[in-house]
Design a protein around this ligand. Structure first.
Ligand SMILES: CC(C)(COP(=O)(O)OP(=O)(O)OC[C@H]1O[C@@H](n2cnc3c(N)ncnc32)[C@H](O)[C@@H]1OP(=O)(O)O)[C@@H](O)C(=O)NCCC(=O)NCCS
Length: 313
């Protein structure tokens, strides 16, 4: 018999079960469809970071689906409401509960709410994952930018390739007061406003973040890039650069600071110079993602670096 499902916000007491669910769901899906389950490791413990970061950043916003009888957590969906949009983070279902419309039921009230507030909904979904692509496509999400996920093993002695021309001018941002400046730059170039995210990264209380920025000689911002150094998620993004040269300088600086690690980062396929530059540094393709939106979104300029923590499209 199909179990009755109860939906409610994810509670702190659900975090351990949520980490287990994320790991089990991803391993099972990627192993059964692509034979790539091992890429998520054999322990769920690193996945504790996701509910922890999301609870700190967007308290009470994650949706949980429980079996009404047993109380078992069967599904989770992370939501990030912002002034200009609503972003959807990871959506994951227990393997035995997939294909029964539960993910659709978790998302429906979130999308209805965004519509009522006149906000577009944004996300990135894997182009290797037809189940998630179809879930969003059936709601009316439309793809707008394709990204290639690149991974690069950074030697313990640092990147061997010479730094691009502007890399020496990239500086580390540590002052929380700069969150507003980063957010204003992103809003100007990408039409997204999420100062709370930059405030969160710069406070650096949950997770482990570094923020890099590059300014024009006159002081005007040209780009910034956040890096997650936490062992559970070694990844670059979010970030924005006004052109490919600035993007290359930021990426090089952020990568060189991740010595002995293998960060993953998403680069727009259309930024072909930048992509080739990353290959020249030793980067390899590991997946493809597509940014999608439900509802009209402002035209974007420059290069965006999306991430999975927290997700953006
Ligand atoms: C992606 C995932 C969350 C979907 O959850 P789910 O509960 O199985 O999804 P639902 O049953 O609610 O909805 C799937 C929808 O896609 C449709 N669908 C699935 N495959 C399809 C296909 N090939 N073509 C068209 N539609 C398709 C289904 O018919 C359904 O739509 P409907 O409700 O209008 O009939 C689930 O597969 C999962 O947990 N995967 C592993 C984790 C993951 O990869 N998450 C996404 C990235 S973080």
């Amino acid at each position: 018999m199909t179990p009755l499902i109860k939906f409610r916000p994810l509670a702190r007491s659900d975090h351990e079960a949520a980490a287990q669910l994320l790991h089990r769901s991803l391993v099972s899906w990627y192993q059964s469809r692509l034979g790539q389950g091992t890429r998520f490791g054999d322990s769920y413990e690193p996945f504790r970071l996701f509910p922890e970061v999301y609870a700190a950043l967007d308290p009470g916003q994650a949706v949980a689906a429980h079996d009404a009888d047993s109380g078992e957590l069967l599904g989770v969906c992370f939501v990030h409401p912002r002034k200009t949009h609503v972003a959807i983070g990871i959506v994951a279902m227990a393997p035995e509960a997939q294909g029964r419309g539960v993910a659709r039921a978790m998302l429906t009230p979130v999308l209805d709410d965004a519509r009522r507030h006149g906000l577009p909904v944004r996300l990135i979904s894997s182009l290797l994952n037809l189940d998630s692509f179809s879930l969003y496509s059936r709601f009316g999400f439309v793809p707008h930018t394709i990204y290639q996920d690149l991974a690069l093993n950074v030697p313990f002695s640092g990147l061997t390739a010479l730094p691009p021309p502007r890399a020496g001018r990239v500086r580390r941002v540590t002052d929380v007061a700069e969150a507003a400046r980063l957010a204003a730059f992103e809003e100007q170039w990408q039409g997204l406003q999420r100062e709370t995210d930059y405030d969160f990264f710069l406070r650096n209380a949950v997770g482990a973040w570094t923020v890099w920025a590059l300014e024009h000689a006159g002081g005007a911002p040209e780009g910034f890039l956040v890096a997650s150094h936490h062992p559970s998620c070694v990844m670059l993004g979010p970030g924005v650069a006004c052109d490919e040269a600035v993007a290359a300088a930021l990426l090089w600086r952020a990568l060189d600071a991740m010595r002995g690690l293998s960060p993953v980062f998403l680069v727009p396929c259309a930024a072909s110079q930048l992509v080739r530059q990353c290959y020249a540094w030793g980067a390899r393709n590991v997946e493809l993602h597509v940014a999608q939106a439900l509802g009209p979104i402002p035209a974007a300029r420059g290069i965006a670096f999306p991430t999975f923590l927290p997700e953006t499209g």
